[in-house]
Design a protein around this ligand. Structure first.
Ligand SMILES: [Zn+2]
Ligand SMILES: [Zn+2]
Length: 230
């Protein structure tokens, strides 16, 4: 086995012996034996000061303006947690994984995600679904793909059509968009459940709050959420 021939899964540069050594010592947070030092250094863990409701990395531990707005609209808060800041290296990761169909990247953050899921009290873990169109074109749900080894409850489906796809809308329109999800199971399976929603990225909160709203209407006891990036 020649360790030095391994390549960084994000930038494609060869990995050095030093990096295997760093991961042996547990210095790097993720499955870093697959990432070069440069890419690892660019990952920003959200583990210090963040918004207590959406997990946004920020300078104070107070709830952020966006979350106050959700609260004022009457939505039960999500206590969302994210692992990494959604910066350039995370955008590169998402791009390669989701849009170039590089399914080998699915396990890169698996341990990080499973560890966070294990730390949260819940009855079921529900991945945010992708649309029928995305399933046809991409071929997989990127959220489920990252959660290998975790039991998932696919109880949500996407009802919005392709033209509603959020990338063509601005922030304000996204906030006002109609409910994009439907229950794909009987609501009896939701009643009284403590549900943990999982998405790849939390941006406006729109996706999570729509999903949570639907689940609360179906009788969920609590709905919390996590994402890989924020
Ligand atoms: Zn790299
Ligand atoms: Zn917030």
């Amino acid at each position: 086995m020649n360790q030095s021939r391994k390549l960084c899964q994000l930038c494609g540069l060869p990995l050095t012996e030093d990096q295997s050594f760093l991961s042996l010592l547990g210095i790097m947070s993720t499955d870093s034996n697959n990432l070069c030092e440069d890419c690892c250094n660019q990952l920003v863990l959200i583990n210090d000061i963040f918004c207590p409701n959406c997990g946004r990395l920020q300078a104070t531990p107070e709830m952020c303006f966006d979350c106050i707005r959700w609260q004022n609209k009457g939505y039960p808060l999500l206590e969302h947690r994210a692992i990494y800041q959604y910066n350039d290296v995370m955008k590169t990761y998402m791009q390669q994984y989701k849009f170039n169909g590089d399914f080998l990247l699915k396990d890169l953050f698996n341990h990080d995600l499973i560890r966070l899921i294990d730390s949260i009290d819940k009855d079921i873990v529900v991945p945010i679904p992708v649309s029928h169109y995305t399933m046809q074109t991409r071929g997989f749900n990127q959220v489920s793909g990252m959660l290998n080894g975790q039991t998932l409850s696919d109880i949500l489906s996407v009802t919005a059509s392709k033209k509603d796809h959020q990338s063509q809308f601005g922030r304000r329109e996204r906030m006002n968009r109609q409910q994009p999800f439907a229950l794909s199971v009987s609501s009896q399976l939701v009643v009284g459940q403590r549900i943990l929603l999982v998405d790849d990225v939390y941006t406006t909160g729109n996706t999570m709050y729509h999903a949570a709203n639907l689940l609360y209407q179906a009788g969920a006891k609590t709905v919390k959420s996590i994402s890989l990036a924020r």
